[in-house]
Design a protein around this ligand. Structure first.
Ligand code: HEC
Length: 153
């Protein structure tokens, strides 16, 4: 065996070892969950929560709409359509006021924040807010759980 063939053999062996080494590292990474692939498991977990919220045991009590965190009610689409264009619904869910208080807030947003005239929907929205987001101990809204609050800047 001359020196040329020997060096070819060494190169071949080196290449083989590298491939094996990479394979081994991949297997170890996979085995110990160190490779992170994007997956939708969190999203589907949320979807599961929805079905839980709407399960038969919960139907008699109020149900929080999982997408807006607002109380589910016939008026919800109107509230969402008029009240979530400029800020998160959470801003509503974390506030409580009497019907008058909510009306004052709407007037304030109309005067200073370009909120439009709500027309006939105003009564529907106010009824909804007064029912579910009334001051503590009066309203029927239940406590929020697992909410990530955000600071207004
Ligand atoms: C045209 C935009 C716009 C629309 C539509 C709108 N708001 Fe607002 N709203 C604002 C702005 C701007 C603020 C101030 C946010 C801030 O303080 O950062 C605000 C603040 C609020 C606050 C917080 C008030 C506080 O004291 O911190 C609540 C609650 C609220 N809005 C409820 C509503 C409700 C209910 C509706 C539907 C009737 C609505 N918003 C629709 C613009 C809007």
């Amino acid at each position: 065996m001359d020196i040329k063939n020997l060096s070819r053999l060494v190169n071949l062996l080196l290449a083989l070892t590298s491939v094996l080494l990479i394979f081994f590292i991949m297997v170890m990474l996979l085995k110990f969950d160190m490779l992170v692939f994007p997956d939708n498991s969190e999203v589907s977990a949320d979807v599961n929560d929805t079905t839980e919220a709407a399960s038969p045991e919960n139907i008699s009590s109020e149900v929080v709409d999982p997408y807006t965190v607002l109380e589910a009610d016939d008026a919800l689409p109107i509230v969402v359509g008029n009240c979530t264009n400029c800020h998160s619904a959470r801003l509503i869910a974390q506030n409580r006021a009497t019907r008058e208080g909510w009306q004052d807030l709407i007037r304030w947003m109309q005067k200073t924040q370009k909120l439009w005239d709500l027309g006939d929907n105003e009564d529907i929205i106010l009824d909804y807010l007064a029912e579910y987001y009334a001051p503590e101990n009066i309203g029927r809204r239940r406590n929020l759980e697992n909410i990530e609050w955000y600071e207004l800047k």
